[in-house]
Design a binder for this molecule. Structure first.
Ligand code: HEC
Length: 131
């Protein structure tokens, strides 16, 4: 009787341990890979599109005239203080331009979050990328 009990307990533990571990790893794993993949597909497409969508370069041109042209010159042609920004997209792509404008190296002043808002930065970055 005792032996049978031990065997039962060992089997039970084994079944719980391995059985559960196996089914646990394959269960949620399999379940997760389904929904997560689906979410990634739709989620990445949904969030990827707006992230890649550029700001409005027309408004950006106004922002540039008011805040940047004093150093970078009219249309980024160079104003003596800041470098020429023509062809800037070869140096910095759109996200990098946004990152720079939000957090520039001196002597370029930090103009975000004031006077430039998030959308001002996106618009002026889109404008700079178009130069
Ligand atoms: C006070 C003068 C000044 C103002 C105002 C200014 N900048 Fe600059 N900017 C600079 C200087 C100087 C640099 C170069 C800094 C360096 O390379 O360390 C620079 C660098 C940059 C660069 C990076 C150029 C590269 O080498 O890739 C970008 C992009 C830029 N500015 C955009 C802007 C935009 C957009 C605005 C307006 C929102 C602006 N700057 C306003 C002085 C200015």
């Amino acid at each position: 009787m005792k032996r049978l009990f031990v065997v039962l307990v060992v089997c039970g533990v084994a079944a719980l341990g391995w059985g559960c571990t196996k089914s646990a790893s394959s269960g949620p794993g399999a379940a997760a890979s389904g929904p997560v993949t689906d979410q990634d597909d739709s989620g990445l497409k949904a969030t990827g599109a707006p992230a890649l969508a550029m700001g409005d370069p027309k408004h950006g041109a106004d922002v540039f005239k008011a805040n940047c042209a004093s150093c970078h010159g009219e249309a980024g042609a160079g104003g003596g203080i800041g470098p020429v920004l023509k062809g800037e997209k070869q140096r910095k792509n759109y996200p990098a331009a946004i990152a720079w404008i939000k957090n520039p190296q001196p002597p370029m002043p930090k103009l975000f979050p004031a006077p430039l808002s998030e959308s001002d930065v996106e618009d002026v970055a889109a404008y700079v990328e178009s130069l």
